[in-house]
Ligand binder design. Structure first.
Ligand code: HEC
Ligand code: HEC
Ligand code: HEC
Ligand code: HEC
Length: 198
C-alpha cells in the first residue's frame, strides 16, 4: 500500500513538474533582451535564419521535399517538419491549429492570448534552445539564475551545448549538412556584453 501511495505521489509530482514549465513564445523574451546594452539577443535572433524557419516550410523547396517524402499534409502542417522548425512541437509547444483558433471572437481574451502565443511558437525560438520559459522569465528569477542563486535547470532553463543543436542539426533533416559546432555557433552567437567568468 505504501509503495502504491509513494509511486502515485511520484507520478503526480512529475506530472506537476512537466506542466510547470510551459513554452511562452519568443515575444515574451523580447522586452528584456533587445537593447544593445544587454547584448540585443532578440535582434540577433531575428536576423538569424532560426527566426524564419517556419516561413521556410511554405517555400517551393519545402513543398517539393514533402512531395518526395509522400507526406499527406503540407510541410507547415506536418509533424515530420514541424518538430525541428518550431518551438517545442510535440512537447507542449507549437501545435497545428485551424482558422477558427486564429480568429477568436472579439471578446474572447483567452482565445486571443492563445492565438498570439501559438504564432510566437513558430520558428526556432529562444525556448528551442534555452527551454520553456514560464517559470524563469520573471526578472527576479532571471537575475537569480545569472548570479547563480538559482539553478537554471530547476526552473526549466537548459544548459545549451552542442547536443542542443544536434537535436535538430542531424541527418533526420531532409536537407542535412555537416554540422560544425564552433562555426555554426559563431553565426548565431549573442552573449551578454560583459559576460562574467563562469
Ligand atoms: C523581465 C525581464 C526578462 C524577461 C522577460 C526575460 N529575461 Fe532573460 N534575463 C533577464 C535578466 C535581468 C538577466 C540577467 C542578466 C542581466 O542582468 O542582463 C537575464 C538572463 C538571461 C540568460 C542568461 C542566464 C545565465 O545563465 O546567466 C538567458 C539565457 C536568458 N535570460 C534567456 C531568456 C529567455 C529565453 C527569455 C524568454 C523566455 C527571457 N530570458 C526573458 C531579464 C529577462
Ligand atoms: C529546434 C531545432 C533547432 C535547434 C535546437 C537548433 N537549430 Fe539551427 N537551425 C534549425 C533550422 C530549422 C534551421 C533552418 C532555418 C531556415 O533556413 O529556415 C537552422 C539553421 C541554422 C543556421 C543557419 C544555417 C546556415 O548554414 O547558415 C545556423 C548557423 C544554426 N542553425 C546554428 C545552430 C546552433 C549553433 C544551434 C545550437 C546552439 C542550433 N542551430 C540549434 C533548427 C534548429
Ligand atoms: C531533424 C530536424 C529537421 C527536420 C525533421 C526537418 N528539418 Fe528542415 N531543416 C533543419 C535544419 C537544421 C536546417 C538547416 C540546414 C540543414 O542543416 O539542414 C533545415 C533547413 C530546411 C530548409 C532550407 C534548406 C536550404 O538550404 O535552403 C528547407 C526547405 C527545409 N528544412 C524543409 C524541411 C521540410 C519540408 C521538412 C519536413 C519534410 C523538414 N525540413 C524537416 C532541420 C530539420
Ligand atoms: C539556436 C539556439 C539558441 C537560440 C534560438 C537562442 N539562444 Fe540564447 N544562447 C544560445 C547559446 C549556445 C548561448 C551561449 C553561447 C553564445 O551566445 O555565444 C546563448 C546565450 C544567451 C544569453 C547570454 C548568456 C551569457 O551568460 O552570456 C542570453 C541572455 C540569451 N542567450 C538569450 C536568448 C534569447 C532572448 C533568445 C531569443 C530571442 C535566444 N537566446 C535564442 C543558444 C540559443
Amino acid at each position: 500500500m505504501k509503495v502504491i501511495t509513494l509511486s502515485l505521489a511520484f507520478i503526480f509530482c512529475s506530472f506537476i513538474q512537466a506542466a510547470d514549465f510551459e513554452y511562452v513564445g519568443t515575444n515574451k523574451c523580447k522586452s528584456c533582451h533587445k537593447s544593445a546594452k544587454k547584448g540585443e539577443q532578440y535582434v540577433k535572433w531575428e536576423a538569424s535564419s532560426h527566426s524564419k524557419a517556419f516561413a521556410t516550410l511554405l517555400t517551393e523547396k519545402a513543398v517539393a521535399i514533402a512531395k518526395e517524402m509522400k507526406l499527406e499534409t503540407a510541410p507547415h502542417e506536418s509533424a515530420e517538419c514541424l518538430i525541428c522548425h518550431t518551438v517545442g512541437f510535440g512537447s507542449g509547444g507549437y501545435e497545428v491549429q485551424d482558422e477558427a483558433f486564429y480568429n477568436p471572437a472579439d471578446d474572447d481574451k483567452k482565445g486571443k492570448k492563445a492565438a498570439k502565443r501559438m504564432l510566437n511558437l513558430q520558428n526556432v525560438g529562444c525556448e528551442s534552445c534555452h527551454g520553456p520559459g514560464s517559470k524563469y522569465k520573471s526578472k527576479k528569477v532571471m537575475q537569480a539564475i545569472y548570479t547563480g542563486a538559482t539553478k537554471g535547470l530547476d526552473v526549466g532553463m537548459n544548459e545549451v551545448s552542442k547536443e542542443t543543436c544536434l537535436e535538430c542539426h542531424n541527418e533526420k533533416s531532409p536537407t542535412s549538412k555537416e554540422f560544425n559546432f564552433e562555426e555554426m555557433l559563431a553565426k548565431i552567437s549573442h552573449p551578454m556584453p560583459e559576460a562574467p567568468e563562469k
